[in-house]
Ligand binder design. Structure first.
Ligand code: HEM
Length: 485
């Protein structure tokens, strides 16, 4: 990603999120009305009576959130088992929630229920300690060191593709990103056609967020929730096995560890008490968190990037010309020396139009106001990343896939929270450099050998059909035709 300012750029990239350009402004400190005097944001008229919002949501959360966001920058939706849900659709709002006023918001309990006390979930001092502990695995130097492993894993899997074959890319890319994550970060190579228990377990983690189950009361044992529990148990068992292996041979110096398990076990064995993760359960939670956060997001990005290339022949040709000009399989140096610049823009634009995390959930810790409306303490908030990244106030022709929009000048002038596929502020995605490297190397490896054509259905939103879960995926079963180059 370029060095342009923004939540994904280098500027807001510290553990404590310190950003000297930003002054926290609390708009309830003024003489104006206190938040408690203000009206609640409206339910959008186009969504009909709130009693029907859950049905809309179960049918299509994207449609529900899009329709609301077209009317105003803050609105309310109502989900039967969850309650009111306050949706924010302006980058000024994202900036307040994620950065300047972040102490007034916390993560919703969904993450805790799903992933225990992993990095995605914890707050305050515990979060700061965990983030500091894991950071060495995700700094640029460590991440770049995985480039060769990434390319090997991609070659291993896509080397089996044959011209004329039809592929469900969503499922193929899921296997691929799990291969890469395990080989690079979890220190274990998965079997190409095996380790089904891990693959199924990872898939089941998403069932917690399935729209047909999510709005229902929490006590209700839906089939999706049962699958989720079973999948999580399987991954916890795998975490125990990996921990046992790592504990048999702990690194003498945890600073030397290059995978998650050795790092965590090394810290514990060497008695470094400030890691914030001591018990086997803590370590298990961390591993399940990394599996969840670290593969489906990249799967989704790759699937949509390949869809966009398949659907835009002129862009595809320029992409192929760039990857064909490399001396061999792509390397970290190719990226650092700018030889994959257009591929970088394709990835950037894919993450704009199809941000895998399409809404960031939070809860207000106190009454707050946005645009003259009140969000009461304890209420759920969604920062609508997808809506904001398709807003014509910030992006010309926002529904068009146009990698060329990402000039240096455009990046410099863009509102710093108008493009936030990795979130922003101190809780910005820790794995973003890993994800971007993986996406570019995977696309280049695939593009040097294959050309793909989309054979699937048209969806409702100028693109392929979607399947919103925690991430916004392409619906399974959409086939692509593989041709060899
Ligand atoms: C294209 C790929 C990815 C996207 C779009 C993405 C997106 C995000 C977003 C939006 C957040 C912020 C969530 C919030 O504020 O509530 C986040 C956090 C996180 N991501 Fe990613 N992610 C990606 C890849 C990865 C990878 C590859 C890993 C690990 C290997 C990872 C691990 C995490 C973790 C652990 C957090 C929690 C960070 C914290 O709270 O301090 N992500 N990600």
């Amino acid at each position: 990603m370029s060095s342009g300012a923004g939540p994904t750029g280098g500027r807001i990239d510290t553990v404590d999120g310190t950003d000297s350009d930003v002054t926290a402004v609390r708009d309830d400190d003024s003489d104006g009305p206190r938040p408690t005097d203000l009206p609640l944001p409206p339910y959008p008229e186009t969504l009909g009576h709130p009693a029907f919002h859950s049905l809309h949501y179960m049918r299509s959360p994207v449609e529900l959130l899009n329709r609301g966001g077209r009317e105003q920058d803050i609105f309310r939706a109502h989900l039967a088992g969850v309650g009111d849900w306050y949706q924010l659709c302006h980058p000024d709002h994202s900036k307040r929630v994620l950065l300047t006023e972040r102490d007034r918001f916390r993560k919703s309990d969904d993450f805790g229920i799903a992933f225990g006390d992993g990095l995605l979930t914890v707050e305050g001092e515990e979060w700061a300690q965990q983030r500091k502990t894991l950071q060495p695995l995700f700094v640029r130097e460590s991440v770049m060191g995985h480039a060769e492993t990434m390319v090997e894993q991609v070659q291993r899997r896509v080397g089996r593709w044959e011209g004329g074959q039809q592929l469900d890319l969503q499922s193929e890319m899921t296997d691929l990103t799990l291969d890469v994550l395990f080989a690079a970060i979890l220190g274990r190579e998965l079997a190409l056609d095996g380790d089904e228990n891990i693959r199924e377990g990872a898939e089941a983690l998403h069932d917690w967020f399935l729209p047909t189950s999510y709005p229902l009361p929490r006590w209700m044992p839906t089939p999706a929730r049962r699958r989720f529990r079973q999948g999580k148990k399987t991954l916890q068992e795998e975490a125990d096995r990996l921990l046992d292996e790592a504990a048999r041979n702990p690194p003498a110096d945890p600073g030397e560890a290059d995978d998650l398990m050795s790092l965590l076990v090394g810290l514990r064995e060497s008695g470094m008490a400030d890691s914030g993760m001591f018990t086997d359960e803590d370590l298990r939670d961390q591993m399940v968190t990394i599996i969840f956060a670290g593969h489906d997001t990249t799967t989704t990005s790759l699937t949509f990037a390949l869809w966009a290339l398949a659907e835009h022949p002129d862009i595809r040709e320029r992409f192929h010309a760039e990857v064909d000009a490399l001396d061999g399989p792509p390397t970290a140096e190719d990226i650092e020396e700018g030889r994959l610049e257009f591929t970088d823009k394709v990835v950037t634009e894919t993450l704009r139009l199809f941000p895998p995390v399409y809404a960031l959930p939070r809860v207000a810790d106190q009454d707050v106001q946005f645009d003259g409306y009140r969000v009461p303490e304890g209420e759920r908030i969604g920062v609508l990343i997808r809506r904001i990244q398709r807003d014509p106030r910030f992006f010309d022709e926002p529904e068009e896939f146009d990698p060329d929009r990402w000039t240096d000048e455009f990046r410099q002038n863009l509102h710093d929270f108008a493009y936030a596929p990795f979130g922003g502020g101190p809780r910005i995605c820790i794995g973003r450099q890993f994800a971007l490297l993986e996406a570019k190397l995977s696309l280049a490896t695939i593009g040097r050998n294959y050309e793909l054509y989309y054979l699937g259905e048209e969806g409702d939103h100028d693109g392929p059909p979607l399947s919103p879960q925690m991430t916004l995926r392409m619906k399974e079963g959409q086939e692509f035709l593989v041709t060899e180059r």
